[in-house]
Design a protein around this ligand. Structure first.
Ligand SMILES: CC(C)(COP(=O)(O)OP(=O)(O)OC[C@H]1O[C@@H](n2cnc3c(N)ncnc32)[C@H](O)[C@@H]1OP(=O)(O)O)[C@@H](O)C(=O)NCCC(=O)NCCS
Length: 186
């Protein structure tokens, strides 16, 4: 199956597998070019206030354009939308461009700060991995800057395991930061 997969819209108004309950009206769908500004806004909030990304300066609205446009099987970007507002996104993208890595993707997920703890991260990842698995991707990797208990819990919940820790590889907010590597193998 090519590209972002079917234009599935999944309601997450029911109880999620994570045990959380997303409020009614939240749908998970394929990201489009029209979502790029909202996606960048969510990402840039994480840039400014968290260690979730090692970007330190806000990024342009086109940041996710290539990933959204990709039709390469195994590449997917999904967003969570409620009342016409994008609350979060998850993506699976190239890990490294060399061909031996074709069966591997790096994944990540970001939510608006107001949308945490409602099962939306889990709903985004469930849909992302449904698509990634359907495309036959063998391994997914996630890099989680420390500490991030919410992200580690989410990755564990969808089948990742922690496989390593790189010490003091990032420097942000005037301190050294470790990154944990997590892996999900089908
Ligand atoms: C990480 C993130 C996507 C989680 O999304 P979320 O919608 O808040 O999480 P959910 O409500 O779907 O919960 C998913 C799991 O994480 C657990 N969890 C959520 N927040 C938690 C927290 N603060 N501490 C511990 N566990 C937490 C839930 O209990 C659930 O686990 P379970 O399935 O075993 O019950 C969200 O916190 C976020 O956007 N953080 C900022 C960006 C970020 O860190 N992205 C990850 C980059 S690696």
């Amino acid at each position: 199956m090519a590209g972002p997969g079917p234009e599935v819209t999944r309601g997450v108004g029911s109880r999620t597998a994570s045990g959380g309950v997303a409020s009614g009206g939240v749908v998970i769908r394929t990201a489009t070019a029209a979502d790029l500004p909202a996606m960048a806004e969510i990402y840039n909030d994480a840039v400014r206030h968290t260690l979730a990304t090692f970007d330190v300066d806000p990024q342009p609205p086109t940041l996710f354009a290539e990933r959204v446009a990709s039709r390469r099987p195994g590449d997917h970007v999904v967003v969570a939308e409620e009342d016409g507002r994008v609350l979060g996104m998850a993506y699976a993208a190239t890990y490294r461009p060399r061909p031996a890595y074709d069966g591997t993707r790096e994944t990540s997920v970001y939510l608006d700060a107001d949308a945490h703890g409602r099962g939306i991260g889990r709903a985004l990842y469930d849909e992302l991995f449904r698509r990634v698995d359907a495309d036959g991707i063998h391994t997914c990797l996630a890099v989680i800057a420390q500490p991030n208990p919410a992200s580690e819990a989410l990755h564990a919940a969808v089948g990742f395991e922690r496989v390593g820790l790189l010490r003091e590889v990032g420097r942000k907010f005037d301190r050294w930061v470790d990154t944990a590597w997590w892996q999900r193998v089908r």
